[in-house]
Design a protein around this ligand. Structure first.
Ligand code: ADP
Ligand code: LRH
Length: 476
């Protein structure tokens, strides 16, 4: 019995998983909300609140499944907490959506040409990559007390075990990792003035990080020999590990707050064409490379829903999607990956402003805004996959959509139409499955390569296929 703690920007869950009859079975034992908090010290994550939810989830887990042997934690990437010399968290971590990195981006690019930075890291330029956040942080008084930089899954893991470590998947989102050596880049650390001992050692996914501490065992009722296992702690890496592909020639869209759209490759592509197209080479489980572009995502819809609620109208997502599906094709679209949509607040007005500025019809109803976001996402997916195929030289025959967005039938249909490829939707909880399967393999419950793990996911999941030619879906 294994437990996945999977926390995305919009919510978290603790999921139990076990193998039986060649399948992985799961049960969600705890779900909780998440979102950036506006404070007078910027946009932050309530990481202690999230830790309390993890503890609550582990308590429920211990009641329901007393035989758990291992826990794995994944969260979104790029963000970190700073620990002081006593190992205390200095303050709540910043959220990557806080627009604090403008000067830091300029400062880093004055020290190293972005083309050279890409040749080392292979990382897509995003204004919130950890390297820029750290340079922004160096101007704050708190930085003087910082002894350790700890990525968020590792911070939760540290509180559970007392052990510090990280894994290559999340480390690759920092722009401090050398894509060729898969280790921290001494040159980049020196460039931004960070001592190597501020960063934890990098462990491969599939390593035991440490024992859960006696205090946590007491708090939760977990068995006293339960361990924390290092998995693909970048949520997208765990999701990609669990894409239920049974043949080569697949692309994937990890669809949630963000859409991560791309392919799996064996070696990083560090060419200038790849940099200009802003593709990333993130580290995957088992040394694979996640060659993808981060394409904005359902954040635009989540934020619109939040705004409408603040304005007094609490829309039901299902009804809104049904109304959006009734609208004709060919409506306005926006660039979902644009900087203008990163920060929270006033999302419908920002979408309307972008349409107005581009001389397009301006959405007015909630259904029109929803349709605009989904049409825009599908358009971005189509373009990204054409570029991914061309830059990598890999043919794409079908597209797997995993994560919360795989439940959005309208978006899946539009994606099939925009990519001209069959879309296979599901599983919703791919991230937790990738997390669980790497643990199961580490502890000898299964064996094999990623392809074997993916076949197991395919055998265990109900998937829905959307054909590019047809308007309906087949469930198998
Ligand atoms: P993250 O891990 O980034 O927090 P998730 O993978 O949990 O994101 O996906 C969240 C998204 O899934 C929501 O923004 C929402 O648009 C979509 N979603 C969740 N439930 C449904 C549903 N029943 N139908 C359609 N879409 C859904
Ligand atoms: C998705 C994700 C994505 C990152 C973003 C910060 O949850 O980890 O891969 O780019 O969050």
């Amino acid at each position: 019995m294994f437990a996945a703690v999977d926390i995305g920007a919009s919510g978290g869950r603790v999921i139990a998983g076990w193998l039986a009859d060649g399948k992985i079975n799961t049960e969600v034992v705890h779900r909780f909300g998440n979102g950036p908090q506006q404070t007078d010290r910027g946009l932050r994550w309530d990481i202690r609140g999230l830790y309390d939810e993890v503890i609550a989830g582990l308590r429920l887990l211990a009641e329901r499944f007393p035989a758990v042997v291992s826990i794995g934690i994944d969260t979104w990437a790029v963000d970190y907490g700073l620990l002081d010399a006593d190992g205390e968290l200095i303050e709540d971590p910043h959220c990557y959506r806080d627009p604090r990195t403008g000067d830091a981006v300029r400062s880093v690019h004055d020290r190293i040409d972005p083309a050279e930075l890409y040749q080392i890291t292979g990382l897509q330029y995003l204004s919130f990559n950890t390297i820029y956040q750290l340079v922004a942080e160096q101007d704050c008084p708190e930085w003087r007390r910082a002894a350790k930089i700890v990525m968020l899954p590792d911070l939760l893991g540290y509180w559970l075990t007392g052990d510090l470590g990280t894994d290559v998947t999340n480390a690759s989102s920092t722009a401090l990792l050398d894509a060729s050596t898969r280790d921290w880049s001494p040159r980049l650390l020196q460039l931004i003035g960070i001592d190597a001992d501020m960063l934890p050692p990098i462990q491969p996914a599939g390593t035991v990080r440490g024992r859960i501490s006696p205090e946590v065992i007491k708090q939760t009722g977990l068995p006293d020999d339960v361990v924390l296992t290092s998995i693909g702690s970048h949520d997208t890496a765990s999701a990609v590990a669990a894409v239920p592909a049974t043949e080569p020639g697949f692309a994937y869209i990890s669809s949630g707050t963000w859409s991560l759209v791309g392919l799996e490759i064996a070696e990083p592509i560090l060419t200038e064409d790849s940099r200009r197209a802003n593709f990333t080479n993130e580290g995957g489980v088992d040394g694979r490379i996640r060659y993808l572009r981060n394409e904005g995502g359902l954040w635009l819809l989540q934020e619109s829903l939040r705004q409408w609620k603040l304005d007094g109208v609490d829309h039901d997502l299902g009804r809104l999607l049904a109304a959006a599906a009734e609208l004709p094709a060919g409506g306005p679209t926006v660039d979902v990956g644009a900087e203008e949509f990163i920060a929270p607040g006033g999302m419908p007005e920002r979408i309307a402003a972008a349409c107005r500025r581009d001389g397009q019809p301006v959405p007015t109803t909630a259904a029109e805004f929803t349709r605009c976001v989904l049409d825009s996402l599908a358009l971005a997916y189509g373009r990204t996959l054409v570029e991914a195929a061309s830059l990598s030289g890999q043919e794409i025959e079908r597209v797997h959509v995993v994560g919360g967005g795989s439940q959005n039938a309208l978006l899946c249909r539009l994606t099939a139409e925009a990519t001209g490829r069959e879309v296979i939707a599901g599983p919703v909880e791919a991230t937790a499955l990738g997390n669980l399967l790497v643990q199961a393999r580490t502890h000898g419950a299964i064996s094999g390569a990623l392809e074997d793990l993916r076949a197991l996911v395919a055998a265990s999941s109900e998937l829905t296929t959307y054909s590019p030619q047809r308007q309906d879906a087949d469930t198998r």
